[in-house]
Design a protein around this ligand. Structure first.
Ligand code: PHE
Length: 333
């Protein structure tokens, strides 16, 4: 009887390999363990055995039952895993797919585009990018730049003060020049940096002014730096950014933080001149405020408006257009 049982069990176990879905496996299980299954038949057969053989027979039946159960459980695991894989495949989402062409795709704002292009141009010339905070102290924005408290140039900057701490001490930076001081205090010469950033002035918006705008500050400090290096840098930048055929000129001007100071213009291929920004040799007082010995080092600085540059490049007439956030306008660039 037990031999027969072993044969039946082996047949069931061997047959499991052909079972490929969970429903069929359930049926096989019911057949094996159900009332009419070969195991319960064997159990009933025990009664017919001699009493001394019953114990061994019972143990053998339980053992065989355990083997069949284990084989079915193992098969169930295999089939469940396979079913999961089928499900995952069916529900797969291709996240690398490109959105269809009718989905609206934006692009960087023109000022951002100009900002990034300028960074590329200067990094290509060997400059590093520097940064400073938009909320500044009057020391970084003025004093350290050779503009003491009573200096008339302070009024010229139309400063927006922040209601914080001692009155008149905290402000929204009026130019990116305070980053010159931060850079000098932070790094040892040689320094070759540009600092693009947002600046603020108490100005009424018109075609050429905005109360919030963007500047790019350049600072070079090294041994034996001369005005010729400044002129050459501006010339090289103009060509790299605007393209061949552009050149530049310096015109005398005054800034408290540079001596001598100049304004620089860019010449278009058609011969006309565009006023771009201010520049000059860093004033010895500014070098000292930045912890640099003016006897050992000299340098130049320049600063210009990024927004105006973007206007020129894209032929936009009115600065205010850049900030209206009208997609019909912005999507043209
Ligand atoms: N900070 C000056 C401005 O905002 C520009 C400038 C920068 C001039 C560096 C000279 C040197 O007008």
């Amino acid at each position: 009887m037990i031999d027969q049982l072993r044969t039946d069990a082996a047949a069931v176990i061997a047959g499991l390999g052909d079972v490929t879905n969970l429903d069929v496996l359930g049926e096989v299980e019911r057949e094996a363990f159900g009332k009419t299954g070969f195991l319960s038949g064997a159990k009933k057969g025990i009664g017919a055995l001699a009493p001394e053989d019953r114990k061994d027979a019972g143990r053998a039946i339980n053992e065989i039952r355990g083997e069949v159960e284990a084989a079915i459980a193992a098969r169930r695991t295999v089939l469940k895993d396979a079913a999961l894989i089928v499900q995952f495949e069916a529900e797969r989402l291709d996240l690398t797919e490109i959105p269809s062409s009718d989905a609206a795709v934006g692009h960087a704002h023109i000022v951002t585009q100009a900002w990034e292009e300028l960074e590329d141009v200067f990094v290509g010339m060997g400059f590093r990018i520097a940064e400073g905070p938009e909320v500044e102290t009057d020391w970084y924005n003025f004093d350290a730049l050779n503009i003491p408290p009573s200096h008339p140039a302070r009024d010229g900057f139309d400063t927006l003060y922040v209601n914080h701490g001692e009155p008149g001490k905290t402000l929204l930076r009026t130019h990116t020049s305070p980053v010159q001081i931060r850079t000098m205090l932070d790094q040892e010469p040689p320094i070759y940096t540009v600092a693009p950033g947002r600046v603020f002035r108490r100005d009424t918006a018109d075609a050429t002014h905005m109360p919030v705008f963007h500047q790019l500050e350049g600072l070079v400090i090294d041994r034996n730096i001369s005005l010729a290096d400044l002129a050459g840098t501006i010339e090289a930048f103009a060509e790299a950014y605007f393209g061949p055929g552009f050149s530049s000129r310096l015109r005398p001007n005054h800034f408290p933080f540079t001596e001598p100071s100049a304004e620089y213009d860019i010449q278009r291929p058609d011969g006309s001149w565009l006023e771009l920004g201010g520049c000059g040799m860093v004033h010895p007082n500014v070098l000292r405020a930045g912890g640099i010995d003016p006897e050992e080092y000299s340098g130049f600085a320049f600063g210009f408006g990024i927004d105006r540059l973007a206007l020129m490049k894209f032929g936009v007439e009115d600065l205010r257009e850049l900030f209206t956030n009208d997609v019909r306008f912005l999507s043209q660039f």
